[in-house]
Design a protein around this ligand. Structure first.
Ligand code: M6R
Length: 601
């Protein structure tokens, strides 16, 4: 879950590296570093700069010496605390080789012992440092050969870039279970963990696959597979615009991405129209469905469960990806849906592999073209939300939820579980949900007002029932991850089975209600909380007058068919979490200890 970048060409390498690495900070941001090769006194020098903290802090102090080749790294610590020594790039003993690594080397202890016995001295506590030392051990004038021999010894998940002081014309990169993408321009080559880092420079990309080594030179990029054979894959043109990965005047990426939702939701719907005819028949034949995912994607999956059961009549279970492997059952006719915004979440990828091993048909729902999950699943549906940079998922959540409505109703229609009218109502409902979201975003003053009093809370509960229970879980996750207020999401009916004991006059409860069969029960639950002196904020549709008998703290969302209320409610809750976090002065786009792509299990 670190970010790595490399550049080779005619530009000032450090400028390109700083700029592109800044766009990868969402992958980790506890320390950063750069290595470049510069000419000095008629010889090549390998210069390494690294420091704890954000990239900007160190970038302004780095002298630009006209390097044309370099690598960079932004770190999310796994082995060793975030400090200068543990920051990447790491170097060989003789200081000629530098490596930036993303992933985990599982057998680093054994390798360290072996290399130490041969005289290698390690400076950091990281697993990554074994890579430059191994390359050094095998280096005999040929960097590619040394990398090839080193990777044979490595176990785990790793993508890395290596440069050698005596080879200023090349960057050698390798990928094994961690993402790596190559980009090309005229007389220049780029490497990054993710395309968003490079959108200002190129839109021509090649996604590396496991076991592949690339040698990036100014006059071309060559890729070989595990067997040493040349790989000749088509370069992909990515139509994301550079401004999609900019803040464009917004204070944070998150608020920009929240406001982008009417567009991203439209894109999901429009994309679906072109995909729906090509759905594999296996999807329609599924007797049961298992949805596997993590975090926000898990919440989209939970919502999906209600929708698959309602619109397709297919029994559906939802599992956290990290727990999936511990289940012993094999459901042969089951369709496994893997939801992952990034398509790189290690737990979800491991679950995908396990599902395939058990012989199940796998469907990936992801936002990232060419991501690992899209390459491993039997079929992929793309969200088309555009790049999401803020660590907290927002627009990709609403797209994932839309995908659940679209897929479930299409399967249900094809199997005859729902008729044409109901099928049409789903698409109409989604269009009206987009209009409702537009209205929510058109006037955010009421949300800001509620954020004022909530921002001093230490704990909060989010309650919902039926399809708004997953919305409550997601609202709670948003609140805790960006504002650091401890919060819990609960099915409203479950509160009295324990958590009610925690309610006090300073414990806010946020109740999500819609005008459906859960309405009166939700009112009852709101009453129970108010009776324990908890300040209750009700998120209710416009036109409802009942709730004002229980509380004067009400946030209204535009009235829509209750079946689509989670979309309008979730956007309202994203805004609430955002404004609370902003009032508390939190690092909204890069919350502490988190990273957007969680590529470790
Ligand atoms: O990329 P994925 O959708 O697989 O990511 C899963 C979770 O790591 C992610 O949703 C996480 O919970 C977000 N920080 C939530 O805002």
């Amino acid at each position: 879950m670190c970010g790595i970048v490399g550049y080779l060409g005619d530009r000032e390498a450090l400028e390109v590296l700083v700029d592109s690495l800044r766009r990868l900070e969402y992958r980790g941001y506890d320390s950063a570093g750069f290595a470049s090769i510069v000419r000095s006194g008629g010889a090549n020098d390998l210069e390494v700069r690294k420091a704890p903290g954000y990239i900007d802090a160190m970038a302004s102090e780095m002298e630009r010496k006209g390097a044309r080749i370099g690598i960079g790294h932004t770190r999310w610590a796994t082995h060793g605390v975030p400090n200068q020594v543990n920051a990447h790039p790491h170097c060989s003993c003789d200081g000629t080789i530098a490596v930036a690594h993303n992933g985990i080397i599982d057998n680093h202890t054994t390798l360290k012992d072996e290399l130490a016995s041969k005289g290698h001295e390690f400076r950091s506590q990281t697993d990554s440092e074994v890579i430059p030392h191994l390359i050094e051990e095998y280096y005999d004038g040929d960097l590619e050969e040394a990398v090839a021999r080193a990777v044979e010894r490595l176990e785990g998940s790793f993508a890395f870039l290596a440069i050698h002081r005596d080879h200023p014309d090349r960057i050698v990169c390798y990928r094994e279970k961690s993402p790596l993408v190559l980009g090309k321009g005229a007389g220049e080559g780029f490497i990054a963990s993710d395309v968003t880092a490079l959108l200002s420079y190129t839109n021509s990309f090649l996604y590396m696959e496991d076991g592949e080594t690339a040698v990036v030179k100014a006059d071309g990029i060559s890729v070989r597979n595990r067997d040493g054979d040349h790989v000749d894959r088509t370069w992909k043109l990515v139509d994301w615009r550079p401004e999609d990965a900019e803040k464009s005047g917004f204070k944070h990426f998150m608020i920009k991405e929240i406001h982008e939702q009417p567009r991203s939701m439209h894109q999901t719907l429009a994309g679906w129209m072109s995909d729906e005819d090509a759905l594999p028949p296996r999807l329609v034949r599924a007797r049961t469905i298992k949805i596997v995912s993590c975090g926000t994607s898990y919440h989209a999956g939970l919502l999906g469960k209600y929708l698959f059961e309602r619109y397709a009549g297919i029994p559906t279970t939802v599992e956290m990806a990290s727990e999936y492997r511990y289940a012993d059952r094999t459901e042969e006719d089951s369709l496994v849906i893997l939801i992952s915004q990034s398509g790189e979440t290690a737990d979800t990828i491991a679950a995908a592999r396990e599902a395939k091993r058990r012989g199940m048909f796998t469907l990936a729902v992801t936002n990232v073209l060419g991501s690992t999950i899209s390459r491993e699943a039997d079929h992929t549906l793309y969200l088309r939300s555009g790049p999401e940079i803020g660590v907290a998922a927002s627009k990709t959540f609403t797209s994932q939820v839309m995908m659940m409505y679209l897929l479930s109703s299409t399967i249900g229609h094809r199997t005859g579980h729902i008729g044409r009218d109901e099928f049409r109502k789903v698409k109409d409902g989604l269009r009206s949900a987009i209009r409702a979201v537009e209205k929510v975003l058109g006037d955010t003053e009421a949300v800001k007002a509620q954020a004022e009093w909530l921002s001093s809370a230490h704990h909060a509960f989010f309650l919902g029932r039926y399809i708004n229970f997953p919305a409550a879980l997601e609202a709670s996750l948003k609140m805790k991850e960006i504002s650091y207020i401890h919060s819990e999401g609960y099915p409203a009916g479950e509160l009295k089975h324990g958590p009610l004991a925690l309610l006090q006059k300073d414990t806010p409860v946020i109740a999500l209600i819609s005008d459906d069969h859960t309405y009166s029960k939700m009112l009852g639950n709101i009453g129970e909380c108010a009776a324990r002196s908890s300040p209750v904020l009700v998120v209710a549709p416009e036109g409802d007058s009942e709730v004002s008998r229980y509380t004067d703290r009400i946030l209204r969302y535009p009235w829509i068919d209750p079946m689509f209320s989670p979309l309008a409610i979730s956007v309202t809750m994203q805004l609430l979490a955002y404004y609370v976090a902003d009032l508390r002065g939190c690092s909204i786009d890069k919350p502490r200890n988190l990273a957007k792509s969680v590529t470790v299990e």
